[in-house]
Design a protein around this ligand. Structure first.
Ligand code: ADP
Ligand code: MG
Length: 575
């Protein structure tokens, strides 16, 4: 075929395909237009999962009757003047492509009236051609209807998912915007039935409830005010015990724009490290505000990606804000009490029998409040109530009483958590202790493991191993972390090298934490080990002092809580 310039209609269908990928992208663009127009009420009606009809009506500024034909022209926008404007975009739209794209691949109808005008305008566009342009009586604001999406692009129509799937995507888009703009009233109707609605009263919690339901909305933790310079972060994250099976529940808005950014998602996931059960994912709705010139939004026609001027800083600030929120979480106010029969003082009696050498290896560098005086006022750091030991079950679980019911504590998981926090603290303050071997030992590893090990020598050193590459697949070990002194050097190394295999390119910090977690797993008291009452008490006191006492470093729960009400219900004392 000879080279030739594509006819306008083909060219615009191709371009339109970039902006409008599916019904949900139509909804997104129309919502963004309404928000740009200052709407306080946005009503969305969908039929047939958006394949049939998408209608978005707003009470925003409306379009001047004379300008309506321009609104559907390609690269026609009221939001941008010059190239300089591109550097600091403060509207959601700016490319002037959305309406034109819809007009190219669907039957588009616009009805609008600017507040200052008495008569509105109606426009119909099909396949890029304007069919109708007439005056009309209409309420102030804009209503856009998109019918038969991709009716003239069979290749694209084929790829539309089932109505149910497209409906889900649309609901997701509307929900996210409803969360980010609680001051705007959103209503989403599927087949004339109200599917989701917010009041627009400006209460973020109310919007969260509309989207996620009361229970989740109540559980979510507001980000503690993070005002690091010009970058501000607001929003909510799930506590470690509220999680989802998929990764899609991380929502980011940057300067009011919904964006997808793998590095922001990674920052949040990293903040949950060691707190979440393996294979489970957190929920978050986070709004980042930063000066418009620090972020480039003109990356892709869907405007769903951005580039930060300083991505490293954004990552770090976000990660810290979320982590601080998670660790600072406090449980709802509870009656606090200190049982009288609690061991007095911080004596050594709790150490008898149990191998507390592990803890001793980092003695003197324990986090503040690790051995709090019993009966101290206020909540334990991680929000655990004071617990009274009742006894041990199956040589594996410690049963305890709290002010609000029974706690079953997994002794191994709890001890892992305690050791982990001590080790990480010692690590951060660079006071990890090693146990020198009487004689250096040489350990050989299979090729793949050896090269992994070689690349991670530095991390191992930080965690208390002293070893060097001894050529080929051999390593010479001179010291192991005090915590692992009971294992042979070979066992000790093997127990951590498995972690390197899990993930080839983990972040250094995450890897350190993971290796530390594994070290603690090896060192922690095992299930099946009988503990004296004092040892059990010691365990719970140390657990209370942890920053994140409710999960082990691998994310499994350390305890199960049976509230008094649950017991009463079980015994039929309560309805
Ligand atoms: P962009 O949003 O990038 O400017 P669009 O194709 O989405 O491009 O819209 C083109 C123009 O039409 C906008 O710049 C705006 O002036 C006008 N417009 C579109 N939707 C609305 C609306 N809901 N209310 C008021 N004006 C609108
Ligand atoms: Mg737009």
């Amino acid at each position: 075929m000879p080279i030739r310039v594509l006819p306008e209609q083909v060219a615009s269908a191709i371009a339109a395909g970039e902006v409008v990928e599916r019904p949900a992208s139509v909804v997104k663009e129309l919502i963004e237009n309404a928000l740009d127009a200052g709407a306080t009420r946005i009503e969305i009606r969908v039929e047939g999962g958006g394949h049939g009809l998408i209608e978005v009506a707003d009470n925003g500024s409306g379009i001047l009757a004379a300008e309506v034909p321009l609104a559907v022209a390609r690269f026609a926008t009221s939001k941008l003047d010059s190239v300089e404007d591109l550097e600091a975009i403060d509207t959601l739209g700016f490319r002037g492509e959305a309406l034109a794209s819809m007009g190219a691949v669907a039957r588009l109808e616009i009805q609008t009236r600017a507040a200052a005008e008495s008569v509105g305008a109606r426009l119909e566009v099909e396949g890029g051609r304007t069919l109708v342009h007439e005056p009309v009586g209409a309420p102030a604001g804009t209503m856009v209807r998109v019918r038969d999406l991709f009716y003239n692009v069979p290749a694209r129509r084929k790829f539309l998912k089932t109505e149910a799937t497209e409906r889900r995507w649309i609901t997701e888009v509307v929900s996210r915007y409803a969360l980010a703009y609680p001051q705007v009233q959103f209503q989403l109707h599927h087949e004339s039935k109200l599917h989701m609605g917010t009041t627009g009263r400006g209460d973020p919690l109310e919007a969260l409830t509309a989207v996620y339901g009361v229970e989740v909305a109540r559980a979510l933790l507001p980000i503690r005010e993070e005002g690091a310079g010009p970058l501000r972060i607001r929003g909510f994250v799930s506590p470690p015990d509220v999680h989802r099976s998929n990764r899609r529940q991380l929502t980011f808005f940057v300067n009011g724009r919904w964006i997808h950014d793998p590095s922001l998602a990674a920052a949040v996931r990293q903040a949950y490290h060691g707190l979440l059960m393996v294979g489970r994912h957190p929920m978050a709705i986070l709004q980042l505000e930063l000066p418009a010139q620090d972020v480039d939004v003109n990356v892709h026609p869907t405007k769903a990606e951005v580039r930060f001027r300083d991505p490293g800083r954004v990552f770090a600030v976000l990660q810290r804000a979320v982590r601080a929120t998670l660790l600072g979480q406090t449980t709802p106010p509870r009656v606090r009490y200190a049982p009288a029969d609690r061991p007095a003082g911080d004596g050594e009696q709790g150490r008898i029998g149990l191998d507390w050498a592990a803890a001793a290896s980092v003695r003197g560098v324990e986090p503040a409040g690790l051995h709090p005086a019993p009966g101290r006022p206020g909540a334990a750091a991680g929000g655990l109530p004071l617990l009274r030991v009742v006894g041990q079950v199956s040589a594996s679980y410690v049963v305890a009483e709290g002010p609000d019911g029974i706690y079953l504590v997994d002794q191994h998981a709890a001890h892992e958590r305690i050791l982990f926090e001590r080790l990480m603290h010692a690590h951060q303050t660079e006071r990890i202790e090693s146990q020198a071997l009487l004689e250096p030992q040489t350990v050989e590893f299979p090729p793949a493991q050896a090269s992994l090990l070689e690349s991670q020598l530095e991390i191992l050193q930080k965690l208390g191993f002293q070893l060097e590459h001894f050529g080929g697949r051999a390593f010479r070990v001179r010291a192991v972390p005090e915590l692992l002194r009971d294992l042979s050097p070979e066992q000790a190394l093997r127990s951590v090298v498995e972690d390197f295999e899990e993930d080839e390119t983990p972040l250094a910090e995450e890897l350190e934490a993971r290796v530390a977690a594994r070290v603690c797993k090896r060192a922690a008291v095992k299930a099946g080990q009988v503990l004296s009452l004092q040892e059990q008490e010691r365990l719970l006191m140390d657990l209370e002092a942890c920053a994140a006492p409710r999960t082990c470093p691998h994310g499994r729960p350390t305890m199960i809580h049976l509230p008094v009400e649950a017991l009463e219900r079980q015994f039929g004392r309560r309805g």
